[in-house]
Design a protein. Structure first.
Length: 259
């Protein structure tokens, strides 16, 4: 029962993480204009991964997509790629996880196959969460660098008119979504251990003898010459042991004495 609960909870948490990654990627508020020095402005600018928007004081908002790809910074394109890879892996992990749920039976699928599918989906969720967290962190690092580079230089005695951008709400959504996907993947990996059957965990190899069991008795080993007569044939009707002398030899020699 605990394995099923862990698996279902991992699926739900991962689903929230993947959904949050999709939402964060589609949002336009990755970076927002810093209004610390100029709180009253007629124009407010904010940017996303796919377009930049301008909102006027009248409430009118105009967004313009990025029509170029080669003209964008390399780190910006890397953030896009990381978010897309995380979303694709997360969606594939959800599809695999649906068929791997223990409460869902599809044909005669064994528990071992479900355990392998659960582990695969957990690894996908972990990689998707790491991609989301890495992409958001790289973008945040870009904002911090550009923020301090565009800060007014006090030693020059003049204020820089360039707009500064700070963290937008999409960054926090991406961090939370990546963390949820990571936690969900870890829960799926933990649930995989409970799905493995007991007989497949401890496999013992037994060796059986091909023939019947033979018991051996220990005793003195007697070496024969190979020319002695069979005791069964020697004992019969009319057979008598020849008399022996004091030194242990027969009184009347026989053919066996000359072997």
């Amino acid at each position: 029962m605990s394995t099923t609960i862990c698996q279902v909870m991992g699926f739900l948490v991962s689903w929230l993480g993947v959904g949050g990654s999709i939402m964060a990627t589609a949002m336009d508020t990755w970076s927002t204009q810093d209004l610390f020095d100029n709180p009253v402005t007629a124009v407010f600018q904010y940017q996303g991964l796919w377009r930049s928007c301008v909102r006027q004081s009248s409430g009118f908002t105009e967004c313009r997509p990025y029509f170029t790809i080669l003209g964008l910074p390399a780190m910006f394109q890397a953030v896009r790629a990381l978010m897309i890879v995380g979303i694709v892996l997360g969606i594939l992990g959800l599809l695999v996880c649906i068929f791997a749920l223990k409460c869902i039976r599809i044909g005669s699928m064994e528990d071992t196959a479900k355990a392998n599918m659960t582990l695969t989906s957990g690894i996908m969720f972990i990689v998707a969460g790491l991609c989301a967290i890495t992409g958001v962190s790289v973008f945040a690092n870009m904002l911090v660098t550009n923020f301090w580079m565009s800060t007014p230089n006090m030693f020059q005695g003049m204020q820089n008119v360039q707009n500064r951008y700070t963290f937008g709400s999409a960054l926090f959504v991406g961090w939370v979504a990546g963390g949820l996907a990571l936690v969900g993947g870890i829960m799926m990996c933990l649930a995989c251990k409970g799905l493995i059957p007991e007989e497949s965990r401890y496999k013992a190899v037994s060796y059986n003898a091909s023939g019947r069991n033979i018991s051996y008795r220990t005793g003195p080993y007697k070496v024969g010459s190979g020319y002695e007569a069979d005791p069964k044939t020697r004992k019969g009707t009319g057979f008598e042991e020849a008399p022996r002398s004091e030194d242990g030899r027969r009184a009347y020699p026989s053919k066996y004495d000359y072997v």
